[in-house]
Design a protein around this ligand. Structure first.
Ligand SMILES: Nc1ncnc2c1ncn2[C@@H]1O[C@H](COP(=O)(O)OP(=O)(O)OP(=O)(O)O)[C@@H](O)[C@H]1O
Length: 255
């Protein structure tokens, strides 16, 4: 494996007294796509949010162990919220653009707030982000229209462009195609593959087919524990549903 972008060492997470992640260890190579899979409630979103500290917004959440982004301690004192939000972008399951803001301003708002660009430079940055999200050709003549006028698939690509506008090194995606039809989902998968030439992507997905199409490595979680980790072909060498069914049977037998 080449350079590591994200490293988790013995990570445990609790919500109040309830532990939801147990001793998670994994490494995500730089400029690659890493898929997190597992049945509903196994801790996928929790794991994703532990990488960018968003987890601490959930009431009662507590994290132990070490999380490193590009060698930096995510939970260390020197990692300011501003630095973290510049290093990591996030895309959620349901497209969540600011509906009343224009298409342009949805992408421009982050760089404006962080004082990264203005004027022509900002216009270039917005165009670049929309191109990277494969949306530019569809919106170049309607940048001043509200984001709510876009289709669901376009709105999700707009959310990707919004995240990219801060030039993050890591993009975290929580089931980004779950609310989309297969055609729009495939379009986003293409965007993900293309982006991974330049940035590191961690994607939560319920779809092992999607993981095989986009990711080079990944992990399967079950009841808060990593039960498979490594190259995507090794992780999915047992058919996914068969693996989960067996784990459920084993867990039932243990109770
Ligand atoms: N704020 C919270 N307080 C208490 N428990 C929570 C909280 N958020 C999530 N949980 C619990 O933590 C566990 C892991 O939840 P998480 O959302 O990470 O799972 P997931 O694998 O992403 O699920 P899904 O695939 O259904 O989205 C679940 O048992 C869930 O009920």
């Amino acid at each position: 494996m080449g350079e590591v972008a994200i490293r988790l060492r013995d990570v445990n997470v609790w919500y109040g007294a309830k532990q939801v992640l147990y001793n998670v260890n994994l490494e995500v190579p730089r400029n690659s796509v890493y898929a997190i899979m597992g049945p509903s409630g196994c801790g996928k979103s929790t794991l994703l949010r532990t990488i960018n500290r968003l987890i601490l917004l959930r009431p009662g959440a507590r994290v132990s162990g070490r999380v490193e982004l590009l060698g930096l301690d995510v939970y260390g004192d020197s990692m300011s919220p501003d630095r973290l939000s510049r290093l990591t972008g996030m895309v959620f399951q349901t497209p969540n653009p600011f509906p009343h803001l224009s298409i342009f301003n949805n992408v421009a708002i982050g760089p404006k707030m962080h004082g990264l660009a203005k004027g022509r430079e900002l216009e270039r940055l917005v165009k670049w982000a929309l191109e990277k999200a494969s949306l530019w050709e569809e919106v170049r003549d309607r940048l001043r229209e509200p984001a709510s006028t876009l289709s669901g698939g376009q709105q999700q690509r707009l959310c990707i462009a919004r995240a990219l506008a801060l030039r993050p090194q890591v993009l975290l995606m929580d089931e980004p195609t779950a609310s989309l039809d297969p055609v729009n989902a495939r379009r986003i998968e293409e965007v993900i593959r293309e982006l991974s030439r330049e940035i590191t992507i961690v994607i939560v997905t319920h779809d092992p087919g999607q993981a095989e199409r986009v990711a080079s490595r990944g992990a399967i979680l079950f009841m808060g524990r990593v039960v498979r980790e490594g190259s995507i072909s090794a992780v999915l060498s047992t058919p996914y549903q068969e693996l989960i069914n067996n784990l459920v049977l084993e867990a039932r037998a243990a109770f």
